[in-house]
Structure formats: C-alpha cells, structure tokens
Design a protein around this ligand. Structure first.
Ligand SMILES: [Zn+2]
Ligand SMILES: [Zn+2]
Length: 329
C-alpha cells in the first residue's frame, strides 16, 4: 500500500512539474514527496502561496493544504481555505494538486476585490445603514455604493485598479441630489484623499521612513459617507443655527440661503457667512464658530486689516447718518 502511495505521488509530482512549466503566473517553489509549495501571482498584491502535503492515505483522503499571503487578509484566506477543502473532496481518489491550483488561480482571477476585502467589510459593518446599498462586482473590481441621509443621497462607483493599493481607487459619481457645488467639493476632496494615500508628500522631514502607498478605498469612503453624505443633511449653519440644506432637496433656494462650504468643511448659508465675515473681531482672521479653524473662502479673500478698515468705515458712516437724523429731528 505504502509503495503504491509513493508511486502515485511520484507520478503526480511529474505531472505537476510538467504542467506548471506551461502556466503563467505560477512559480513552483518546492515539488518533493514531503511537500509541494507554489506561488500563484496575478499582480504584486493579488498573490498567495499554496503549500500542500500528502496525507498517509493519499489519494483516498483529502490533501492537506495551507494558504498564506502577505497582501490578502487572514479572514479572506480562512474563507478560501474552506472552499478549497470542499472543492478537493470532489477529487478524492485522484490527483488533487493541479485541481486545487486551478481552483485558487481562478478565484484570484474572478475576485479582483479580494485585495481590499478588509476595507469592504469595514464599510459594510461600520458605515452603511439598512437604507444604504453596496454592490460588489468582483470580476471587474468595481464597487457601487448608494448612501442616504434624510432625503439626500449619493450614488458612486469605485474602481479598484489592478495594482491596488499601489495605485489609487478611481471614483465616479453616478447620481446625487445635493447642490452641484457640494458635489464638486465631494469629488475633488475624495480624489485628493486618495492621491495622498499613494503619492509621497512634497515636503518630507529628513528622518521620515520611506514612503509606502496605503490603501485608498477606505479613506475615500470615510470621507464621502461619514463626513459628507451622513453629515451634511444634519448640519446646522454656525451663524443662524438652522439646517443649512433645505429639508427638501428639490426646493429652490434663494441666493441668501445658498450653501457655502468653507475650508474646515463646515457649511454656511451664503448670507449668514457674508455678514459673519464682515463683522469683527478680525484679528487673526475670522474663525469658524463650530471648530475654531480659520475660515478660508474664495469669495472672502481679504486680510484682517482690510476687513477692519471696511468695518470702521461702515461704522463711521452709520454714525454720520445717526447724527444727520438727530439734526433733522
Ligand atoms: Zn444661516
Ligand atoms: Zn468649521
């Protein structure tokens, strides 16, 4: 029996060596009766190592397999391990190694999202509510998310590039009912966060460790879902304390009630911000009452000195008018 087993395994090893030579993306590391080890590599990140051992009663029992990877999550590997064992059960009594190899290889081809499985799990568990939707397109590496808050929604698509996380996730906004200006902000800021994950900062300190690209899918989702969609419909204007966005997204808004987004991310009504920016104190620049950060906005780019001068002028003018009124009375 033992001799039959050894002979059987020798034949299978021969078959493995021959077939692996012709396969692209497969590196046979070890191929001896004690152990077979191979690396299946689709990209630098979508790759794993498969180690196999022949049990005592091989091929009449399941081959012992072990998956490992520096880039794929343990949870994903655990799940894949279970389906691999189920798959191999179909081939008990036959050569099992190549069957398993093809199965794992196909899994990596068909699951381009496996590289960000942890990030997807986090978004699903921690960020999305029952009213939201997420669709995973494993074959093309795309994720479509629809998030809602009150009557507002944003529908967006993320594409995970082949060499993720080395390259940043691509964002496309499919549909939304926020003011157009905010949508432009959402998109620009999200793309910027993604870029920061993969490109080293311009100014680096001498002692900084070498820059490593980081996964960008989760930062983009945290920003779009957490900071924008789930937050803005609830945000109140720091000046008048009413909701900044109208309750009904379709409502026509007057110029005064138009939304302005300042550098710190807080939203204001246009007219409220206009008054606030022209009212003292000006020293050290106008600060956002919600977070105390300096307010930067394209429409109000004036120095504290100029604002102060204008304010003084307006006050003087009002005093003059008062005096005139007194005189007339
Ligand atoms: Zn307001
Ligand atoms: Zn603020």
């Amino acid at each position: 029996m033992a001799k039959d087993r050894d002979k059987y395994i020798e034949d299978e090893l021969k078959e493995i060596r021959k077939q692996c030579e012709e396969l692209e993306g497969i590196q046979l590391v070890t191929c001896v009766p004690d152990i077979v080890a191979m690396i299946i590599k689709k990209t630098d990140f979508r790759q794993l190592k498969l180690r196999l051992m022949f049990p005592t009663h091989y091929p009449n029992e399941l081959i012992i397999s072990e998956l490992s990877s520096k880039t794929l999550s343990d949870k994903l590997l655990d799940g894949l391990q279970k389906v691999c064992d189920d798959e191999c059960k179909k081939f008990i009594g036959k050569f099992q190694v190549m069957k398993l190899l093809h199965f794992v290889s196909k899994f990596l081809d068909d699951h381009k999202l496996c590289i960000c499985s942890n990030e997807i799990a986090y978004v699903k568990k921690e960020m999305l509510k029952d009213c939201d939707e997420i669709k995973l397109k494993h074959k093309t590496g795309q994720i479509v998310i629809k998030v809602q808050q009150d009557k507002y929604f944003l529908n967006f698509k993320l594409t995970i590039p082949e060499d993720y996380p080395k390259f940043q996730v691509q964002l496309e906004i499919i549909d939304h009912n926020f003011p157009e200006l905010l949508k432009v902000n959402f998109e620009a800021q999200a793309v910027e966060y993604a870029r920061q994950c993969v490109e080293p900062p311009l100014r680096r300190k001498p002692g900084d460790p070498p820059f490593q690209p980081k996964p960008s899918m989760l930062p983009v989702c945290k920003y779009l879902i957490g900071d924008c969609i789930k937050n803005y419909p609830l945000q109140k204007c720091p000046v008048c304390f009413a909701h900044v966005l109208p309750e009904n997204p379709l409502e026509e808004t007057s110029r005064e009630k138009q939304v302005e987004r300042v550098y710190c991310g807080h939203l204001y009504h246009h007219s409220c911000l206009a008054v606030y920016m022209k009212t003292p104190p000006f020293i050290g620049g106008k600060k956002c009452p919600s977070c105390d950060k300096r307010i930067f906005h394209e429409k109000w780019k004036i120095t504290p000195e100029l604002a102060e001068a204008r304010w003084a002028h307006k006050q003087a003018r009002e005093r003059e008018l008062e005096e005139v009124k007194d005189f007339m009375a």
